[in-house]
Write a protein that binds this ligand. Structure first.
Ligand SMILES: [Zn+2]
Length: 247
């Protein structure tokens, strides 16, 4: 059962408006003074950075802390929409009819548990992963007013498909606009996806493969250095410039 907010501001507004309607401007202004709030209570919504968003979603195991729904970060959904534009249509304003329902059902958002309107801050403890639907319902309401409770994050292997973000983006990129490219660069970085590519490339196995491939290419184009190719029955031996054999 929702709980009504306290009426301090409504009372002040009523007094001020009624005084004004009665022609008592000084009394109206005096009552209106009661509506003054400290700046942090105003709806000056600070944007939550992509890095902070990624941190909160990872902390919450990519699940809504209100209803428990698995969420997918919007950039991952948008990359999927670029890959399959007809199957997963996306509109920049999330217009109904031209935006796939999965955006509403599973796009992840970050919610201020204690709303800005109630003096809530943007620090990580006041932020929670929320599905789009819960965030929309919660709006600027406090949990008390809605009778909702915030769940504790439950450990899960669900990763919001972030692990596939790079792969999706690589396919999506040729169809992306300049704005898309900028947007995804920021989000790939926020989710550490770029770092992951570099880390993968640096695994000893990959470095070995890369070296071998580079050596093979180099050897193949070095036609004048025919002596570097020693044909064996059913095998090719490639020697490095220092004489060692590439295995
Ligand atoms: Zn939810």
């Amino acid at each position: 059962m929702p709980i009504a907010p306290d009426d301090v501001h409504l009372d002040a507004l009523s007094t001020a408006v009624r005084a004004l309607a009665n022609g008592d401007r000084p009394a109206a202004n005096l009552a209106a003074e009661q509506l003054a709030v400290v700046p942090s209570q105003l709806l000056t919504r600070q944007s939550i950075t992509p890095t902070m968003t990624a941190q909160v979603m990872q902390r919450d195991y990519f699940s809504c802390l209100y209803c428990g729904a698995k969420i997918v970060p919007p950039p991952v959904l948008r990359a999927a929409s670029l890959v399959w534009p007809r199957l997963i249509p996306y509109n920049v304003n999330w217009k109904t009819g031209v935006t796939h329902p999965i955006y509403v059902s599973h796009a992840g958002t970050i919610d201020h548990v204690k709303p800005y309107a109630h003096g809530g801050l943007g620090d990580i403890d006041n932020l929670a992963t929320a599905c789009w639907s819960c965030n929309l319902q919660k709006s600027e309401f406090s949990l008390d007013r809605l009778g909702w409770q915030k769940r504790e994050p439950i450990a899960s292997t669900w990763d919001g498909l972030v692990d596939c973000y790079v792969a999706l983006w690589e396919v999506a990129q040729p169809r992306a606009s300049a704005a898309d490219i900028h947007y995804h660069r920021v989000w790939l970085r926020a989710f550490g996806a770029e770092r992951r590519i570099m880390a993968d490339a640096k695994t000893p196995e990959q470095v070995g493969k890369d070296k071998l491939a580079a050596a093979a290419t180099e050897a193949a184009v070095a036609k004048t250095a025919a002596e570097r190719f020693v044909w064996q029955p059913g095998d090719i031996t490639i020697t490095n410039p220092d004489g060692t054999v590439v295995k």
